[in-house]
Write a protein that binds this ligand. Structure first.
Ligand code: SF4
Length: 446
């Protein structure tokens, strides 16, 4: 069944997806969207694009360099972007902040402190703010977590991917599992609320036998949350991936086995399966939110705080403010030029219309809760669900016939066994995904 539905499709971290963003979107559109937004809660995202070395599987926007001082110049420009954006959101409280990359821990302790101080002085931080940072467990000292905690971070996310040395060599990411175990122990000791690790299946030379060692390591690392991602091999789009030979990769059937093995093993270990690719301990906020039907999804994946605007700062960062999505320019050179020239680095975006908002709500319900309450949608948006989505509902028939979901007068309910096909089901409600050509711009669903 999974093979039958293994097509390319969006991950729906936003709807409309980033491929719909247009150069016509202007800074004034963003300013207007912020002014019209009716939420007082804000989430901040900072993109730190530098990395010490290149992981061959990587599809992120990053700059590989050994020159730490490059980050000083970048922080100078980030501070200017903060100065340009903060006055627009002075009425909002920052409930959540996340630093991603690249490698946020490319920054020295001094650079991290400088940036946090700047953010705290420019924005209004909630005393109970969730502050998360992605950590590359190479090239850092254990006491970095002490410093991160002191400046306010309370959530860590560590890229583990796979502990097997042959796999690590093939992806150019050699790292010590013992160090990761010590890092997580130390983070918990100093007071971090939650530690996440990322795992990837479908990497070169991975077998269920080798991946069993990674799963066993998870037990020793003992994270609160796990993100399990599928490796998307798109060498024509990501030059680094050309270093990974096709013949090193598991076949589609082996990849499915790896995924199934990982899911079953993590659930056996006591983790709750969250959404389509996350796992959390039953007492973790994410697991509780899924249980209560309040789980949300944004550009960083699943989250408990949904009704926040998202202001993203830094090169290539994507914001979701009011009824808009917008993205900054993608290269460092353009970023510096845009801030020098125009005082802000916006590249493109989209003002969402009412249809986008309705469909985004339905897609989010499916991605997070695997269920759409038709009456809830009708009340929120003043529509008759079955009439409004008459064409879209026709495309659900294939899933209904395969026993993957139920569509009755009250709700659309996705069966547990169709969880991994949730992206396919969401595609039925995507008004932009009409041509096959368009679909090819996304990675495989499985
Ligand atoms: S995977 Fe992370 S650390 Fe590796 S190159 Fe990509 S952004 Fe940098």
């Amino acid at each position: 069944m999974l093979s039958k539905y293994d097509v390319s499709g969006p991950r729906y971290t936003s709807y409309p997806t980033a491929v719909e963003f247009s150069d016509d979107f202007q800074n004034s559109d963003l300013v207007n969207a912020i002014a019209a937004s009716d939420t007082d809660d804000l989430s901040l995202y900072l993109h730190i694009p530098f990395c010490h070395s290149l992981c061959y599987y990587c599809g992120c926007n990053k700059i590989v360099t050994r020159h730490k001082e490059k980050a000083d110049e970048y922080i100078d420009y980030l501070c200017r972007e903060i100065d340009a954006r903060a006055p627009l959101v002075s009425n909002k409280t920052v409930k959540q902040m996340h630093w991603g990359g690249g490698t946020p821990t490319f920054l020295s302790k001094q650079q991290i402190s400088r940036l946090v101080d700047k953010l705290k002085s420019a924005f209004q931080f909630d005393p109970n703010i969730e502050m998360g940072i992605e950590v590359d467990p190479r090239e850092i000292e254990l006491d970095l977590v002490d410093h991160l905690y002191q400046v306010g971070f309370n959530r860590l996310s560590i890229g583990v991917q796979d502990v097997d040395s042959k796999v690590q060599k093939a992806i150019n990411r050699l790292q010590s599992t013992e160090f990761i175990i010590d890092l997580v122990k130390r983070a918990k000791k100093v007071g971090f609320d939650s530690v996440n690790i990322d795992l990837i299946y479908g990497l070169p030379h991975q077998t269920t036998t080798s991946f069993a060692n990674t799963i066993a390591a998870v037990k020793n690392i003992d994270p609160d949350r796990i993100s399990l991602f599928s490796y998307a091999h798109l060498p024509s789009r990501f030059a680094a991936q050309r270093k990974i030979r096709d013949q090193w990769l598991p076949s589609s059937a082996q990849k499915l086995e790896l995924m199934q093995f990982a899911i079953e093993s993590l659930v056996d270990m006591g983790y709750e399966f969250i959404g389509m690719d996350h796992f959390a301990k039953p007492d973790d906020e994410l697991a509780k939110a899924q249980c209560q039907g309040t789980l949300h999804r944004n550009f960083q994946g699943y989250t408990t705080l949904g009704d926040c605007d998202l202001l993203a700062l830094g090169v290539s960062a994507i914001s979701a403010m009011g009824q808009s999505f917008s993205q900054n320019v993608k290269t460092l050179k353009e970023y510096y030029q845009a801030i020098d020239g125009y005082g802000q680095p916006l590249e493109k975006g989209i003002v969402t219309n009412t249809d986008d908002v309705i469909r985004a709500f339905v897609i989010r319900q499916l991605m997070c809760n695997f269920r759409v309450d038709k009456h809830d949608v009708e009340q929120r948006f003043n529509i008759v669900f079955d009439d409004y989505f008459a064409d879209d509902l026709q495309t659900l028939l294939v899933f209904i016939n395969d026993g993957l979901l139920v569509n009755d007068n009250n709700a659309i309910v996705v069966n547990a066994k169709a969880r991994l096909l949730i992206r396919n089901i969401c595609m039925s409600f995507d008004a932009y995904l009409k041509t096959k050509l368009h679909q090819q711009r996304f990675s495989k669903v499985i």
